[in-house]
Design a protein around this ligand. Structure first.
Ligand code: UDP
Length: 328
């Protein structure tokens, strides 16, 4: 059985859906602090889903899961992931993302479960020294969120050496879009991400979209990011899981499109896809945003045979349908 922590959240739920579509039974573990019970209910209609409400910060919660189910592999998504919040409240981030993960890893070892796919982030790299960023780029996070993820990466390396715990670390760039059938979607509260915020402003009268920073050292002055579709990302998790099963080796992969797009370009793409003029306010820079981040994902393509197939228009269309029908 596959255990998915954080499967009531955005990326976890889309990955859970992918595994259900490939006929796997899954155990979902989530504290529902940021995840949604409605998402779990939807997943339950699509396959064999065993849901445990629990918190990784309480080791006994996760102990119970391993006693109750025969777990072979863990996909670990559960984490806090807001950069700004992590700067203000690092304790919360270290406690959950590091201590919580340690509880999980220790429970795995106690139960002789030795395979994990871990959600890491391009935030572990910090300010890029060169672009596109490959997996060998130095890691020097500029915020506590990135530090917590890098700390877990280091723990995984040590746990492999000492306990033979094998991990595939996936470093995501920016994630966008939702399920093509709009059964689940991106549902953050508060929403801080670019595409949902642009779209929100088209369905909520009282919300105006802000561009944070127009004086960056980029061609149009706005930040450049790499927006990978969530279904492509979910597919990468399935490929990583298979790779781990077949080869039993640890490895690290970037997941991005290798195509940097500016905030203004994304904004214009949204206007084009929706065929709507969207009001916008130009604001000061947001704290902690590097000017440019985009991935070299050759390694995932070559080794995992990952073939990201969705365009930014696909991501915008599905995100808009979700925003319009389910969140407004
Ligand atoms: N951004 C923006 N307005 C918003 C949300 C985000 O201008 O309402 C910008 C943000 O400053 C960054 C880019 O969009 O340059 C991507 O931000 P997001 O929060 O989606 O992802 P991040 O790169 O911070 O993980």
């Amino acid at each position: 059985m596959i255990l998915i922590t954080g499967a009531a959240g955005y990326i976890g739920s889309h990955t859970a859906l992918k595994f259900l579509e490939k006929n796997n039974d899954i155990v979902v573990f989530d504290n529902l602090e940021n995840g949604h019970i409605e998402t779990v209910e939807t997943l339950k209609t699509l396959g064999d889903v065993y849901f445990i409400k629990g918190d990784l910060k309480n080791k006994s919660d996760i102990d119970k899961v391993f006693k109750q189910y025969k777990i072979d592999t863990v996909l670990h998504f559960a984490a806090y992931a807001l950069v700004e919040e992590s700067v203000k409240n690092p304790k919360k981030y270290y406690q959950n993302n590091v201590v919580g993960t340690l509880n999980l890893l220790n429970t795995m070892i106690e139960n002789n479960v030795k395979k994990i796919v871990f959600s890491s982030t391009c935030a572990t790299y910090g300010e890029p020294k060169y672009l596109p960023i490959d997996e060998n780029h130095t890691q020097n996070p500029v915020n506590p969120y990135g530090q917590t993820k890098l700390t877990v990466e280091k723990i995984l390396k040590d746990y492999d050496r000492a306990y033979n715990l094998k991990s595939i670390i996936l470093r995501y760039f920016n994630v966008a879009g939702c399920d093509e059938k709009i059964r689940i979607g991106e549902w953050h509260n508060p929403e801080t991400h670019l595409i949902p915020n642009i779209l929100k402003s088209t369905v909520q009268d009282d919300y105006v979209f802000n561009i944070y920073g127009t004086d960056y050292d980029t061609p149009d002055g706005t930040c450049i990011r790499d927006y990978v579709n969530v279904n492509d990302l979910a597919e990468a998790h399935f490929l990583a899981y298979k790779y781990l099963e077949q080869n039993n080796v640890s490895d690290i992969f970037n997941l991005g499109t290798e195509n940097g797009q500016s905030v203004k370009e994304i904004f214009e793409a949204c206007q084009k896809v929706l065929n709507k003029k969207i009001p916008v306010k130009l604001r000061e820079r947001r704290d902690g945003d590097p000017a440019k981040l985009y991935a070299n994902s050759e390694k995932a393509k070559t080794i995992l045979k990952w073939n990201p197939a969705h365009t930014i228009e696909d991501s915008i269309k599905t995100a808009y349908e979700w925003e319009k029908n389910f969140k407004a």
